[in-house]
Design a protein around this ligand. Sequence first.
Ligand code: PGA
Length: 251
Amino acid sequence: MRKKLLAANWKMYKTIPEMKDFIGTFLPLINGASDRDVVLGMPFTALATAAAMLQGTGVGLAAENLYPEEKGAFTGEISPVMLTDVGCTYVIVGHSERRQYFGETDEFINRKAKAALSHRLTPIVCVGERLEERERNRTMQVLETQVAGSLAGLDAAAASAVVIAYEPVWAIGTGKVATPQQAQEAHAFIRSQFARHYGAAAAASVRILYGGSVKPDNVREIMAQPDVDGGLVGGAALDPHSFSKIVWYDR
Ligand code: PGA
């Protein structure tokens, strides 16, 4: 059985005091939700303080990026060693905003995923088609290329330790959520690709999250799809009440 995973991606939002307010309100609201994994992804600057607040709570901590080297002359970058040092257990890689604004390629994302795995960080690898790709019926081709490229060189055990987030670019921050059928179709496709490349056991265990305008009022229907194992939530995860309702999607 795949444990459900609800992850927040705060993007470039929240100062340390704002993060403290969020966590202070949020933790009591999700008390008892130990049958699912909850992860908070936030800016580098808030990680150390958040790690101290989350210690012993079972809530995971994610960075939103990393540089795929342990150390070196890479001014302004943060290494996987630094992320584990600060208390991260997850890291988001290949988000569409990084692909779009920072020119990240599948090859670079692949290096990041490998760097994360070799430092006991679970990479949340984001994939997803743009609107014109969907309109030209290229969705599955795009997903296949992104998944294969991002996971190149991983064996079955490593590949199934990755979390995949399917985030159609046209649904991110737009309020236009994919229909549960569109999400299920994409997730089933990605799982079948895992089965072909890594075998049935890896396909059965890899977790595939949906991201893109997940909200308290649409999360239940999306989570009801058989190949949807959780959500990666941006806007609706900035408020602790809203994100706690998403964590409790089945209540
Ligand atoms: P959204 O963002 O929930 O605001 O659409 C999701 C994401 O970018 O991960």
